[in-house]
Write a protein that binds this ligand. Sequence first.
Ligand code: ME8
Length: 513
Amino acid sequence: MSRLYITTPIYYVNAKPHIGHAYTTVVCDVFARFNRMLGADVKFTTGTDEHGKKVEQSAVKAGISPQEFADNISKLFRDLLPVLNISNNDFIRTTEPRHKKTVQHFWKKLKDAGYIYLGEYSGWYDMRNEAYFAEDELVDGKSPLGGEVQYITEPCYFFKLSAFQDKLLEFYENNPDFVYPVQRRNEMLSFIKQGLRDLAISRTTFSWGIPVPDDPKHVVYVWLDALTNYLTLNGYPDNENQNNDKYWNNVIHFVGKEIVKFHAIYWVAFLMAVGIKPPKQVVSHGWWLSEGEKMSKSLGNVQDPYKYCRLFGSDALRYYMLRELTFGSDGNFALEAFIQRYNSVLANAYGNLCNRVLSFICKRCNGVVTRPTELLPDDEKFIGEVDGGIEQVIPLVRQYNFSRYLEKVEHMISLANQYVDYQKPWGLKDSEPKRMQDILFILAEQIYKITKCLYPVIPHTAEKLLKQLGIPYELKFIPTEKIPDVIHITDIEPLFPRIDTSDIQKLNVYAEG
Ligand code: ME8
């Protein structure tokens, strides 16, 4: 059985979770569920990144300890997982003892390998993004990531990143798909080719971090600390031989576009330095904007995933996010577009199809339909088109083309609606009852297949529908799968009730405070 290890970034605890964080986590969940359906043994992890000066300062401001501060926000990230229906296998906090042990072990390995030395660092420090920049990297007096900068000098341990320039180039050459999409790969390549400077990997200006082994005045740079979470979650250092580990050989890190460099350059160099294989792929996506702008507290446009789930259900949010954003590009998150997609696709096209077919079977066939003994050319065409659609879905997901995948499924739903409209089973009750039940069976079987395709994105509703069909099912893609020859439908209920758009003004989907 193939193994796969899928990770989200671990999120900073200086702000509450918003739609952007929810997005990466949902993408990973869909990818994890999809691969499990294809038979893979998937390990899927997420968590929170809790150290650093920013957290220390926010805690002081709030009048509580950094640990208490981190506890409060980490809980909001953790509690969001069941609300979004996320199937993660583990959740890490960088303040946990298991992680401290890994980071300190990893540090010692880097040091023993000769890649760490003590020096002094002066530079422009972006506090918000916990990163140093050289004078010539600043943009309008701010860091290239947009944060305010301060000039700082401190004694500091360095990682010999400069020693990895050629090895990184060779690695990129040998692994052309390492960074997805190719635009980000090209950015990484040009960054490496510009020349790599050694990296400051300890801090002495604050203490909220993991102490450097044998020199506890220093704490480990928050990015070295954070990236190592992926090893902690894979049992390192107890499981020291990661190169023979089946999960580690198939790690995919999903990240936002702004942190590709940390994963695709620094992390790779750290791992190379201790002789651990780099990840298989770093997959990056674009940003959700809210009302055309980056979400920020001060603009008051931070979209709250908890609110969307409470108002419309997690499946509706998951569907919208995957369908609306072209993976890799930026997109705008807007309530009006959300409701529009919900009503047209989930409520009308899919929900209504399921509801009218299943309730008709209940009302007119006492809930029972049986497999037709023969198919007409129209039936064969319809079934063939649905089967063809399913075949296209699998490669689209493997290529991270989530919006096209859902577009394909929407096409299959519209084929089913066209089939209903053309065959008009409702009118055949008295004249051709046998043909009517044949059509309904065919529809029920195609609804079953379409629903399985939708399962990774709308798991809650899909399971509800599969239960309504009364078919014992397995959550696997089985190419030759046929449902039983007799279907018994009992309870049915609407899947996605329409949202009344006259209420839009009343919906507050922005985070407070
Ligand atoms: O960078 N649109 O944490 P972070 C889409 N702790 N995705 C978004 C987004 C948006 N507007 N805003 C955030 C960190 N994200 C580090 C990571 S990993 C070893 C350490 C998502 O809380 C996206 O995945 O700033 C982005 O990369 C991540 O949240 C940043 O989360």
